[in-house]
Design a protein around this ligand. Structure first.
Ligand code: FCB
Length: 462
């Protein structure tokens, strides 16, 4: 297997354009640790991790990658990777640690310092306001089931925008509402661990309302930033040609994609969600939710193979027609093209960013190196698809790889390694994997070409 990321000239060209950015992503709870430092209070994930049996090997994010304290080292890794953007999230309970709503300046200063340092190194900060770590004190009042949480989110967005303002190029309101709804409130495998269909309906609407209200607050206080939301999902394919499976796949697509994309991009819930979710809608909500976004972030990992389950609902089948990652997710790069064409067919889209894509494998560290050709191949295959999509006219402006560091992978704890950089969780030593080196080489090529273009432009202007 090859050990670099290389492209034919026609594929290289769109990826090397000035309008296309390469980056890496992380999220607060997955890397920061320092769960009690600097005035931070518990999030729902701190609480969930304490529940017996919720996380593999009873892991918690208490220490994670200790990035709250080691962020300067991690910044050097970003510089070594040569990325143009860093997507990270803010821990809400560091900024507003209790129910009084009083600002914790120390928490805000941490992110202001990080964003400023990134800019000084030429890396564009992409800030996610909510990557699943809802403050526990809000969960105690009903969490996302409570409409008030949406207004609280707008206050939090405003506090962040006033603090970080124009030092941030991109704000994302919410990461993957589908996961919060389906994994957090329906199957209960993520915090807050509920299995309650009615809760899932209320949470859907309140998350989307929170998104719209936050876009309004961000527009007022960070007018130069690009604003958007990050949704996720793959194409849904029926397990068989039976009508039952075809219907189930259609329903699942609607559940994962249109339940969120349609209110945001069209200002209406799809018909099938009007009775269950619609009862939480108040007058004016859908106008707020469909407040225009500057971009749409899409996280893509795999496809969904769907059958009609015994209870009549769509059921995801663990298909293995293609090689899988350590998560048991099929490697299916063309699914990215397929899901984007679903979006294009149904909506008038703003520019797209692939805000997460990456793979977990069982890496081994030996003699200070990690050979991870499968991860390089995964990234290569997805970038090939993206290059073709851009060439065929899809407006994709960036590829943000998941993730900078091996980190706390939610219910899987530390057992799944997605990083371009290996982390030894006993010592916190970081080691660039071969995939990180390959990504750095690609970014170096991009920088060289950009410098060459600038030189030519300057010569032409003389
Ligand atoms: C996404 C999450 C991200 C990470 C990857 C593997 O759904 O946004 O935090 O866990 O999956």
């Amino acid at each position: 297997m090859k050990n670099d990321l290389s492209f034919s000239a026609d594929k290289l060209q769109p990826l090397m354009s000035d309008d296309f950015v390469f980056g890496v992503a992380t999220s607060a709870y997955q890397i920061e640790g320092a769960s009690r430092a600097g005035g931070r209070t518990d999030s729902v994930w701190d609480t969930f991790c304490r529940l017996n049996g919720s996380i593999a090997k009873s892991a918690t994010g208490e220490a994670a990658c200790d990035s709250y304290f080691r962020w300067r080292d991690d910044l050097e890794l970003l510089v070594e990777l040569g990325v143009g953007a860093y997507r990270f999230s803010i821990s809400w309970s560091r900024i507003l640690p209790d129910v009084s709503g009083a600002l914790n300046q120390e928490g805000l200063d941490y992110y202001i310092g990080l964003a400023d340092a990134l800019r000084r190194r030429g890396i564009r900060p992409m800030v996610t306001l909510h990557h699943w770590d809802l403050p526990q004190y809000l969960q105690d009042k009903g969490g996302w089931q409570n409409r008030e949480t949406a207004y609280g989110f707008a206050d939090y967005a405003q506090a962040v925008a006033i603090g970080l303002g124009s030092s941030v190029d991109f704000y994302t309101t919410i990461n993957e509402p589908w996961c919060i709804v389906s994994l957090g409130h329906r199957s209960g495998v993520h915090a807050p661990g509920l299995r309650d269909e009615e809760a899932a309906n209320a949470v859907t609407h309140h998350l989307l309302l929170a998104h719209g209200l936050a876009i309004q607050a961000l527009r007022d206080h960070a007018p130069r930033a690009q604003l958007g939301i990050v949704l996720n999902g793959g194409p849904s394919l029926p397990l068989s040609d039976s009508e039952a499976d075809i219907d189930a796949a259609g329903l699942f697509e609607s559940e994962q994609i249109h339940r969120y994309a349609s209110p945001i991009l069209r200002g209406e819930y799809p018909d099938e969600f009007v009775p269950p979710v619609g009862r939480y809608v108040q007058r004016g909500d859908l106008e707020i939710i469909s407040e225009p976004c500057d971009y749409l972030g899409w996280n893509y990992y795999t496809r969904n193979v769907v059958r009609r389950g015994d209870n009549g609902s769509p059921e995801i089948v663990a298909a293995d027609d293609y090689p899988q990652t350590d998560m048991g997710w099929e490697i299916y790069p063309d699914g990215l093209r397929q899901v984007c064409s679903v979006l294009q067919r149904n909506y008038d889209l703003p520019p797209l960013y692939v805000t997460e894509n990456g793979a977990a494998f069982q890496d081994t560290l030996a003699d200070n190196v990690v050979h991870d050709p499968e991860r390089i191949r995964y990234i290569q295959q997805h970038l090939d698809v993206i290059a073709d999509m851009i060439a065929s006219g899809v407006d994709i402006r960036g590829y943000i790889c998941w993730t900078l560091l091996d980190n706390f992978e939610w219910a899987e704890g530390y057992s799944k390694r997605f990083g371009l950089v290996h982390v030894d969780f006993d010592t916190q030593v970081r080691t660039m994997k071969d995939s990180g080196k390959a990504f750095a080489e690609l970014n170096a090529t991009k920088a060289r070409l950009a410098a060459g273009c600038n030189e030519r432009r300057t010569d032409a202007a003389r």
